[in-house]
Ligand binder design. Structure first.
Ligand code: PGA
Length: 250
């Protein structure tokens, strides 16, 4: 049985103190052992947030990392720096990073590997544009993102340490959610791709989230699909809706 994982991607919102205030306002309402709950604040808020997450009921995630260990990379943050703040998860290859910062599958793969090497679990984001969906290229796009994103990652690590987030780009921040059937179809396909590369045992264990306009209204249905093991939530994770999503009915 795969444990669900619901992560809030706060993106470039909230100063450190706003992030702290918001989290304190919802923390007591999150009372579930059945779901791994993760919040991913911006870098400047990680330290403040880790200090109020001591009891581990909610886990800490980062939104990005650089793959080099240290040095002259102005503006970047290393895995060691995240580790020093007890970060447990890190989003990689979010479509906004691919789109605005030109991240390639190769960059994403390097990030996935350094994170795993240092004990942080990558949340690997994949997903197609509307154009790719309309041209029926969605499966080949996502398959390549998975294959290149996980190149040279061992079966053991995929099984235990990798989370995949299927986020169709047309559904992110648009209010247009994929139907539960569309989301399930792609998550099942991703599981099949993982089975082909790593075998059934790994594919049955790896957790696959759906992301893209998840909210308090649609979460129940999405989270009850067979192959959807959680959600990566943007806009709704900045509000009390996150509590309702985390406490979804199964
Ligand atoms: P959204 O963002 O929930 O606002 O669509 C999801 C994401 O980008 O992770």
């Amino acid at each position: 049985m795969r444990k669900k994982i619901i992560a809030g991607n706060w993106k470039m919102n909230y100063t450190a103190s706003q992030a702290e205030d918001f989290l304190l306002s919802i923390l007591d309402l999150i009372n579930t052992d059945e779901v791994d709950v993760v919040v991913c604040p911006n870098y400047t808020a990680l330290d403040r947030i880790q200090n109020i997450l001591d009891d581990k009921k909610v886990k800490l995630g980062a939104q990005n990392v650089y793959f080099e260990p240290k040095g002259a990379y102005t503006g970047e943050i290393s895995v060691d720096m995240l580790n020093a703040l007890n970060v447990e998860y890190c989003i990689v290859g979010h479509s906004e990073r691919r789109q605005y910062f030109n991240e390639t599958n190769l960059d994403v793969n390097k990030k996935v590997k350094v994170l795993i090497e240092k004990g942080i679990k990558p949340i690997l984001c994949v997903g197609e544009t509307l154009e790719e969906r309309n041209e029926n290229k969605l499966f080949e796009k996502v398959e390549l993102q998975i294959k290149e994103g996980l190149l040279d990652v061992s079966a053991e690590d995929v099984k235990n340490n990798v989370v995949i987030a299927y986020e169709p780009i047309w559904a992110i921040g648009t209010g247009v959610t994929a139907t539960s059937a569309q989301a399930e179809e792609m998550c099942a396909y991703i599981r099949k791709v993982i089975a082909q590369i790593y075998g059934e045992n790994v594919s049955e264990s790896v957790r696959i989230q759906y992301g893209g306009s998840v909210n308090a209204k649609n979460a129940n249905e999405l989270l009850n699909m067979d192959n959807i093991d959680g959600a990566l939530v943007g806009g709704a994770a900045l509000t009390n809706d996150f509590v309702a999503i985390v406490n979804y009915e199964n």
